[in-house]
Design a protein around this ligand. Structure first.
Ligand code: ADP
Ligand code: MG
Ligand code: ZN
Length: 706
């Protein structure tokens, strides 16, 4: 059976290898055991029940918590060529009847159901007519009150299991694995002696960092500017903050949307769609924007405020890089974040003991922001992993992306001013004194007589304020809570004042963008966008970024080469393959890129008897066949065959180029080549009438080139 699972992985999903844990989970389900799969967000849980669904007789019921997501999931499956549908409250009664009828006749391999429906006994009875072989429960932690997304209707799942005529295999999936949640899942879902698989929490493609910056908004704007065209999520702690950031970014001209519980359902849905469909790049949101954002090409998740607990942080940050391509998770730490979170805990309706737990989690989060050890190690150990390596070389504390600037003198000026002002005033007044402001209050208090008055007059008030923020984040200064926050020194600051310790500011070195083939990527991206609008599914449902990236690397221009690309299965090839092949061919020709056709396939570069593909073409050419005829016979494109001929010629074989040169234009083409050079074909073509094709130009270059 596992062999068949492997075949399905390739045929339907277009992937060649299973990810960590998928194989074990799938075989456990195929063996008929109840199974609990614990994998990080983006780990690939869905395939663990979708593949068994295809191998089992009958239908797999999937319980999934989010109505908004169900349609996308089902669209994606149908796009893979897997017949599926969903049932939730958005359907009319007649639609519901029709889908149930079709399901009873075995028309669907997967049937997604919103948990709320299960609360009705009547509805559960309707499911009796369906032959259910597997019951898959996604986001299974929703059954536990200890999790962060408790959904009472998940408790009705056990009644469903009992009511079905034949007990199905039950498989549950989650990314949350604390002991209490695990026990709740096994117990409340009445799993029978389940096999439990925990695949580990590491997400290698994500880079974690904590940034203590002078000014968060400035950082944000710089960052987004440096990552234009990439999708990212900015999480902020409160609705108010989201509104403010959204306005700010909008004013700066970025394509942003926002999401929080204060917006109407309609606004939220529209903004979410804009993000999923790549109409906007940046989503500013509270943690309400969340569970089940399956968009796979989110390249960065930036936390403007520190979240309350590592559980939420890792889940939110984990929305980056689900496609396995690099993702960046940056937490912008500011000391006042602690106050916000404490305030939110205080205000909550939790019992005193739960509050105590929350305070402890908050402290762990603060420690994460301050540790100088490997951030990945910190996270993984927090989630209970053992034997984690000391360094990961892909986090803000491991890699050497940072340059240190000595700001000890500035720090000493600030600290001594705070001290001279008696540690009794807020940041604004301290800035004023250092800058040498003539404000009434400063003169009235006699601070213009202090030796520190105006010693930072070369700095703007904002710059001094930013430095104070930084000193606070780095724990040199402490800002008290309450209505009138006051700046005080910590023991660390005294060490600096005494000259025992230095203060360094970490500045990240600007990294050069790797010279990827961005133009082709952009072309393919926009093709994907066009198709997505036409088919009304989000772009990432058509192909993931990682799939497009692979195309940019291998330039697949044949069916076989295209099917070798990870993420291109048979159904997708049938629907979109040709359009992408054409776009790539056009690009390759325009750029005059030598696509070595015999190597365009990642896995197989040779013909059956080990004869290179271009040599086979050459033999046929010697048999006086035209490129069109050869292409037809070999089931390849004409362009590939033309490339073969060029290659043979480069390797020293004779090719009669005159056959391919339009006589009437030969002189003109030659002139154009002499005028603009033969490095790139595009400029040559621009010099010529439209009917001269690229191969005609190549032929002239070859003929006269030798
Ligand atoms: P989860 O539900 O665990 O958060 P998903 O099931 O949504 O994760 O999968 C995340 C992404 O990984 C999806 O885009 C999926 O297509 C992709 N994926 C899953 N399994 C594989 C695999 N074996 N090879 C490559 N990509 C995979
Ligand atoms: Mg999932
Ligand atoms: Zn590290």
């Amino acid at each position: 059976m596992l062999k068949e699972a492997q075949i399905i992985l390739k045929k339907y999903f277009g992937y060649t290898t299973f990810r960590k844990g998928q194989e074990q989970i799938i075989s456990s389900i195929l063996n008929g055991s109840d199974t609990l799969g614990i994998m990080p967000t983006g780990g690939g849980k869905s395939i663990c029940y979708q593949i068994p669904a295809l191998l089992f007789e009958g239908t797999t019921l999937v319980i999934s918590p989010l109505i908004s997501l169900m349609k996308d999931q089902v669209d994606a499956l149908n796009d893979f060529g897997i017949p599926s549908t969903y049932i939730n409250s958005s359907l009319s009664y007649s639609e519901l009847r029709e889908r149930l009828n079709l399901a009873a006749r075995g028309k669907f391999k997967l049937l997604y159901i919103a948990p709320e429906r299960l609360e009705s006994e009547q509805f559960r009875e309707l499911l009796n007519s369906i032959s259910v072989s597997l019951l898959a429960i996604d986001e299974a932690h929703c059954v536990s009150q200890w999790g962060h997304d408790f959904r009472p209707s998940y408790l009705a799942i056990s009644a469903l299991i009992k009511s079905l005529p034949k007990r199905p295999i039950v498989a549950a999936f989650t990314a949350t694995a604390t002991e209490s949640v695990k026990n709740d899942i096994a117990g409340h879902l009445t799993l029978k002696d389940p096999d439990i698989f925990v695949t580990g929490f590491n997400r290698e493609n994500l880079r974690f960092s904590v940034v203590k910056c002078k000014n968060k908004s400035d950082f944000l704007i710089d960052y987004i500017n440096g990552h234009k065209n990439q999708a990212g999520i900015i999480y902020a702690a409160t609705r108010n903050q989201v509104d403010k950031l959204h306005d700010l970014l909008k004013r700066k001209g970025f394509a942003v949307g926002k999401y929080h519980a204060g917006l109407s359902d309609g606004e939220r849905a529209a903004n979410q769609d804009d993000f999923l469909y790549d109409n906007i790049n940046v989503m500013v949101a509270t943690n309400a924007f969340g569970m089940g954002i399956d968009k796979s090409n989110v390249r960065y998740v930036l936390h403007f405020n520190m979240p309350r607990a590592m559980e939420s942080y890792y889940q939110e940050a984990g929305r980056a890089g689900r496609d396995g391509e690099p993702g960046e998770c940056i937490l912008l730490y500011g000391a006042s974040d602690i106050h916000i979170q404490k305030f939110l805990i205080e205000q909550s309706l939790l019992s005193p003991e739960r509050k105590a737990t929350e305070y402890k989690r908050l402290q762990n989060m603060v420690d994460y922001c301050h540790t100088s050890r490997c951030l990945r190690k910190y996270i993984l150990e927090y989630f209970g992993e053992k034997e984690v390596p000391e360094s990961c070389s892909n986090c803000g504390n491991c890699d050497d992306d940072l340059e240190l600037t000595d700001i000890t003198v500035e720090a000493q000026k600030i600290f001594s001013c705070v001290k001279r002002m008696g540690e009794q005033y807020g940041s604004g007044l301290v800035c004023g004194v250092l800058h040498g402001s003539g404000a009434k209050k400063i003169l009235h208090l006699g601070f213009d007589k202090l030796s520190t008055y105006g010693i930072m007059k070369d700095y703007s008030v904002k710059e001094i304020g930013d430095l104070i923020n930084l000193m606070t984040a780095e724990d040199y200064l402490h800002v008290t809570e309450g209505q009138y926050p006051v700046v005080k020194l910590t023991p660390k600051a005294y060490a600096v004042l005494k000259g025992i310790e230095k203060v360094n500011q970490k500045v990240s070195k600007k990294k050069e963008d790797p010279k990827d083939d961005f133009t082709l990527f952009d072309i393919l991206r926009s093709l994907r966008k066009t198709i997505s609008e036409h088919e009304k599914v989000p772009p990432y449902v058509i192909f993931h970024d990682s799939t497009l990236k692979e195309m940019c690397k291998y330039y697949p221009t044949t069916e076989r080469a295209m099917l070798d690309i990870s993420g291109v299965g048979e159904s997708k090839f049938g629907k979109y393959g040709q359009q992408f092949i054409e776009a790539i061919q056009e690009y390759v020709q325009k750029q005059g890129i030598q696509v070595d056709a015999s190597y365009t396939s990642k896995t197989s570069s040779k013909g059956k008897d080990n004869t290179p593909s271009h040599t086979i073409t050459y033999r046929m050419y010697l048999d006086r066949k035209t490129p069109e005829e050869i292409a037809k016979e070999r089931d390849m494109t004409v362009i590939t065959i033309q490339e073969h001929l060029v290659r043979c010629w480069q390797e020293g074989q004779e090719v009669n180029w005159d056959m391919f040169i339009p006589k009437k234009y030969e002189a003109l083409i030659l002139q154009a080549v002499q005028k603009v050079g033969s490095q790139r074909l595009r400029p040559i073509k621009d010099e010529l009438p439209d009917e001269v094709d690229y191969f005609g130009i190549r032929a002239v270059i070859c003929k006269y080139g030798k």
